[in-house]
Structures are given as C-alpha cells and as structure tokens.
Ligand binder design. Structure first.
Ligand SMILES: [Zn+2]
Ligand SMILES: [Zn+2]
Length: 145
C-alpha cells in the first residue's frame, strides 16, 4: 500500500527474552501486544505487556518469582510546529525502541509490598531464621492468637 490513510492501525506481537536497563528490576520472558494507531498527530501506541520478575518478600526477605502486567498508551508525535512539546517523536529511521517504555511501566506496576505467599511466616524476630523453612527455640515463646 503506497498511501495509508489516517485511522489505520497495525497490531504487533513482541517477545523480548530479557530487559534490564537498570539494576533494580530485571524483566524476563517479556511478552506483549502493541496496537499502533495512526492519528493526525502521530503514532498512538496501545500496549499490553507481561513479564516475569524476581521480587523480594517483605516478610521473610526471600527472592521469589512473580509476574507483572502493564498496560499503557503513548503518543509518538510527528515532528511539526504543533507538536513541539510532545514527549516522544516518531524516529527518523522508523524504528521505535519499546524497551525503555516497557521497563518504566513495569517499574510502576511493581508492587512495593509483596509476600512470597499469603501465609508467609517471616523471620524470627529473635534470631532471624526463616520460619517457612525452619523452626527455632523462640517459636514456642511467641503468643498465639
Ligand atoms: Zn516470605
Ligand atoms: Zn528464633
């Protein structure tokens, strides 16, 4: 098609094995669907991503795998005097690198407080042992309620 009219869209599937831009979050097995809508202002991306991350349990401090999902929209504007203050522009080479956007939105989706499991027993306040895997002499002295 030589001439594509405004209002066209294209659906793309994405599959990144790994995205690691900063050391604080490592995404693996990143799968996503992106709809690229052509609008008069530019390309409007409608994205849906899922990824595996390793989180840390706030109670027992163990690392454990979890899945994150995120949905976001972003406009890549065509360069013109009307779009001077746009955040993103359609690149000259026609390739949009999605990984920074996916990373940023996954960071936002990453829960601040996570438990490795709902009934995580946590660490013993006396000796610091992980009570999910072991018991210690202090367990019996805890008050049951
Ligand atoms: Zn835990
Ligand atoms: Zn203990």
């Amino acid at each position: 098609m030589i001439h594509e009219s405004i209002g066209n869209y294209r659906d793309l599937d994405f599959n990144f094995e790994e995205i690691e831009l900063e050391s604080d979050l490592r995404l693996s097995n990143v799968l996503g669907k992106v709809r690229i809508n052509r609008t008069p202002q530019g390309l409007l991306l409608d994205a849906n991503f899922a990824a595996n991350v390793v989180g840390q349990c706030v109670r027992c401090l163990e690392d454990f795998p979890q899945q994150l999902t995120t949905e976001f929209q972003e406009l890549y504007a065509y360069r013109s005097r009307h779009t001077k203050d746009a955040e993103f522009f359609v690149p000259e080479d026609g390739f949009i690198d999605l990984s920074p956007l996916v990373y940023e939105n996954m960071l936002l989706a990453f829960p601040i407080k996570t438990l490795c499991r709902p009934d995580c027993k946590g660490l013993c306040t006396e000796c610091g042992i992980n009570l999910n895997n072991a018991t210690c002499e202090h367990v019996d002295s805890r008050v049951a309620y």
